[in-house]
Design a protein. Structure first.
Length: 895
RNA sequence: GGGCGAAUAGCUCAGCUGGUUCAGAGCGCCUGCCUUACACGCAGGAUGUCGGGGGUUCGAAUCCCUCUUCGCCCACCA
């Protein structure tokens, strides 16, 4: 049907063409589901990568997990939609372009707002969404026809609709508060964007003299430079030490300004000196104290965090760090520095550039979060929202419980402009919030000026579960694909994105956007450090694809990850990280090549396919591999359902490599070659079980499985494994007897191989084997599988009788069957005695401890009957094995 | 300061509801094989006080407590 498989597995040859073919066929569109529109939808929203992003290992993991889930559900017949998009990423993208400008010696201010935004657009258009192309290289089956960008017209409308609606509901407001300010990006940030980091700092104790010269108060601070903006000193109202000072005045050193001493409950008398300097313009807690006591706020810093005109002249223009040094120096010179002790505390850093955050008083827009958080918390408490792993749910709940209002305005140029217009007409000054652009003031008809700020990037991404489907229009897509089902995310963006999507979903759409939140781990290096560009410890997924194939990349990521734990990879040793998965793909390739090559030739009577095989035509090995296949279907399916993707992958790996390749294929060779009858049955069974295995593995290794699957006979030209039906469990395939009997055959083969290796029998040299069993005949299965044993263990004669010779290798199977390989002079009797003795000892120990266990009245009476029964059988088995070996030892004449 | 996770072979990790996967896998290591699907392979082998200590139980890698080490998240004690 198609060209024969290349003799060598080469992912570079197969992957790109297959991906192109999938796309041509439209297989990733939900409309293509085999059951069509009747099928129940299954929706995953891709966390939109930043437009400027390059694929890194974290994207690789996150998107591989999503692809596995989506492919799994697609094969199960769901109308699967994996919706991709990119995020305009306000600060991040603006920073990138600003850095480019800097190389030309320019700043954005040189260009001006409009030209700068044009510049960013052209950059975004030029680089395109590179990352989406990169996701294709790793096999992601997203519906690219629905790809969105958060600055698209549609999504921008959604942003505006949301802003206006929340404003109308009183949930969006403008206010003058302390916010987190990045002096390098020159913008406000949300609390989540200010990353707290434990820092080794200092606690300076500064002496503030009383205005009347009658004494002084010592205050403790970690940021002495802010004292230039102090407008009070606060103490606890019940603090005996300072009671008399309340209401009196301080003469603020360096500034020489009188400030009051106030009493406030927020002061902790046990910390530092128990007295606090109050700087309402530079500290959120001080801001609150300032409000309560009607203190003025003096902002002593510029947006760039240099000392402003509000500071004494000699400090003006100094950077905050220089200002700190100078303030401390002046206190010291004046004899007012009491002490400076080491002090660990958390300092906020800008999540985009790492600059130390400056708490800054300014006018910003906020979203009132409590009313949104309450129902989002309720949906978790009532079990609607399910987190995997469960403990992540508690992180979510804790965050919602302590939620603070969300600062959404950014002093940037790249993003959604805030839809607010201010009337410039004197005497009007009306503020208008509007869904459409305004030219004139709706009140007085005067000229209006739009708010300069843009919205937080996350203000658009928190809407994607519905904005990407056409909302606020009532589109078919919205009706069909909202709400979605599973969200796959890194825990890092649980608060930024996941929790906020849940809130917006409930508020704007009336329903949570997803019910299952799967939060996977982080990709780290062997020192458990997060992979990052700056550390240079990253792994480039595309390089891995090039060298090992996308399938190997995916398999490695999936198998290295159990629920919620990190994936550790060694950037310095790609071979040990990705080699094994590549080897597995190669194994698959060769097994497929072998099976397929044996299907060629003249027409077979088995044209009806595997279904035509009659039960009574099956050999033990056939029944065994079918039963193992059945067990694997159950195991893998359940594992996928429970998000235990690594276990699903491992189950299929074991089946393919350990069962199918190592045993079944080896076992059926004589039949395939015509040396034994039953070739057609073997072909049918091999084909059927391999087909099932390919389908079970397809979500993890889509390329190699497709390449092989399509080549099986009787496949229509347009058939794709990606929409092939998921294997169904079938009770009729269960076969405990076959599992037990073939297990015994495997044991026998293993025993003989072990003896051969022990005594260095040449690989080509056949041996004779004598098998017997006390008080009866060996299991009939061993007799029936004589050919299997002979082939797999290189046995020339397999006799079932009592051994007549004395010298050789001995072994015993778990059912007490005695195995003897006569080797004559080839073996050293002493050595064999040693082998037997250590085995006898081992079994003896098992027997002893088992006897003790069963001799324990408590155990026998309290453990469940079936457990006791099993333990009895174990004991009997070990006893029998031991007796057999003891007898063998005597026979050999061991000392 | 609060919350959470991890510790099992030299390395990276499985081991779920205590007892049939109970001490495992892959890599690495040792021995022997280019056996006509695969040397990216085949066969065989060695290696563990399941982090320490205590407890619950007839029975603990598994449940509880505690200690140690590492990591993560949250936090306006200046």
């Amino acid at each position: 049907m198609t060209e024969p498989l290349a003799p060598q597995y080469d992912p570079a040859q197969i992957e790109a063409p297959l991906y192109a073919w999938w796309q041509d066929q439209g297989l990733f569109r939900p409309e293509h589901a085999p059951a069509g529109l009747a099928a129940e939808p299954y929706v995953i929203m891709m966390p939109p990568p930043n437009v400027t992003a390059e694929l890194h290992a974290g994207h690789g993991l996150n998107n591989t997990v999503q692809d596995v889930l989506v492919r799994f559900e697609r094969m199960r017949g769901r109308r699967a939609l994996w919706l991709p998009g990119t995020d305009h990423a306000g600060i991040a993208t603006q920073n990138v372009v600003e850095r480019l400008l800097a190389k030309e010696g320019m700043t954005r201010f040189d260009l001006g707002r409009e030209a700068f935004v044009e510049r960013v657009w052209s950059y975004v258009h030029r680089t395109g969404a590179t990352i989406l192309e990169q996701l294709k290289a790793i096999g992601c089956s997203a519906d690219w026809s629905r790809t969105y960008f958060t600055l698209d017209e549609g999504l921008s409308r959604a942003v505006r609709e949301t802003f206006v609606r929340l404003y109308e509901e009183g949930l969006v407001y403008r206010g003058h508060y302390i916010i987190n300010w990045c002096p390098r990006c020159l913008t406000a940030l949300s609390n989540e964007e200010a990353e707290k980091e434990e820092t080794e700092g200092r606690l300076w104790h500064l002496r503030y003299p009383l205005a009347d010269g009658s004494g002084s108060v010592v205050v403790a601070t970690t940021r002495p430079e802010t004292m230039l903006g102090d407008t009070a000193v606060a103490v606890h109202p019940d603090d005996e030490r300072y009671r008399d000072l309340i209401g009196r005045e301080i003469r603020l050193p360096l500034v020489d300004r009188p400030i009051p001493i106030v009493a406030d409950d927020a002061v902790d008398p046990s910390f530092g000196s128990g007295a606090v300097k109050v700087t309402p313009a530079h500290d959120p807690a001080d801001f609150e104290i300032g409000r309560r006591h009607h203190l003025p706020s003096i902002d002593v810093m510029t947006p760039e965090a240099r000392m402003s005109l509000a500071a004494p002249e000699r400090f003006q223009g100094l950077d905050r760090a220089e200002a700190r040094r100078q303030v401390v120096a002046e206190f010291e010179a004046a004899g007012l520095l009491v002490k400076a002790e080491p002090h660990r505390h958390a300092v906020g850093h800008c999540y985009r550039c790492g600059t130390v955050i400056e708490p800054r008083l300014s006018e910003q827009w906020f979203v009132k979060m409590e009313p949104l958080a309450r129902p989002a918390l309720a949906r978790y408490r009532d079990g609607t929202l399910q987190f995997i792993p469960e403990r992540r749910g508690e992180d979510y709940a804790r965050w919602l419980e302590g939620i603070r209002d969300w600062c959404i305005s950014r002093q940037l140029w790249w993003g959604h402009r805030i839809p607010v217009w201010y009337c410039e007409a004197p005497g009007c000054g009306r503020t208008s919030v509007s869904r459409t652009d305004l030219e004139r003031c709706p009140g007085c008809g005067g000229a209006v000026r739009q708010d300069d700020d843009v919205l937080d990037t996350w203000f658009s991404s928190w809407l994607v579960p519905f904005s990407s489907l056409g909302w606020p229009d009532r589109t078919d897509d919205l009706r069909t694909y909202y709400p979605g089902h599973t969200l796959v995310s890194a825990p890092e963006i649980l608060f930024f994105w996941v929790a906020r999507m849940i809130m917006s979903g409930i508020h704007m759409m009336g329903e949570v956007p997803y019910t299952r939140m799967y939060l996977h781990g982080t990709v780290r290096d062997t020192q458990h450090r997060k992979m990052s560009k700056s550390l240079g410890n990253g792994i480039d997924p595309l390089q891995v694809v090039e060298r090992y194939g996308a399938d190997a990349l995916r398999y490695s990521l999936i198998s290295g990850m159990s629920v919620g734990t990190d994936v550790i990879l060694d950037p310095n040793d790609l071979e040990s990280s990705f080699g094994p998965a590549r080897n597995f793909a190669n194994k698959l390739w060769n097994a497929g090549r072998f099976i397929l090559s044996n299907l060629e030739g003249p027409p077979r009577p088995l044209a009806g396919g595997p279904a035509a095989v009659r039960r009574d035509e099956l050999t033990l090995a056939d029944r065994w591999i079918i039963a193992r296949c059945e067990a694997t279907v159950r195991e893998a399916t359940e594992a996928y359902e429970r998000f235990r993707l690594n276990e699903a992958a491992a189950a299929v790996y074991r089946f393919i490599w350990s069962d199918l390749a190592d045993w079944y294929i080896e076992q059926i060779k004589p039949r395939l070659y015509g040396d034994l009858p039953g070739g057609d049955v073997a072909r049918a069974v091999a084909t059927q079980t391999f087909d099932v295995a390919l389908r079970l593995l397809h979500p993890v290794m889509p390329f190699v499985t497709e390449a092989l699957w399509r080549r099986f006979p009787a496949r229509p030209a347009d058939a794709s494994i990606s929409v092939a039906p998921w294997p169904r469990p079938d009770h009729r395939a269960e076969d405990a007897a076959a599992l037990r009997e073939f297990g015994l055959v495997q044991e026998l083969v293993g025993a003989i191989r072990g003896i051969r290796a022990e005594y260095g029998v040449q690989p080509g040299q056949p041996v004779r084997v004598v098998v017997s069993r006390d008080g009866g005949a060996p299991d009939p299965a061993l007799g029936r599988e004589r050919a299997t044993v002979s082939r797999l263990a290189k046995v020339s004669e397999l006799a079932f009788r009592e051994p007549t010779e004395r010298v050789g290798g001995h072994a015993v199977l778990s059912d007490g069957t005695s195995v003897f390989v006569p080797l004559g002079d080839a073996i050293d009797v002493g050595r064999e005695c040693g082998r037997l003795s250590s085995e006898v000892d081992r079994l003896g120990q098992l027997v002893t401890s088992q006897e003790k266990k069963l001799g324990n009245v408590q155990f026998v009476s309290r453990a469940p009957a079936d457990v006791v029964d099993r333990e009895r059988q174990k004991l009997a088995g070990w006893r029998e094995q031991r007796e057999v070996l003891v007898r063998k030892r005597e026979l050999l004449g061991c000392g």
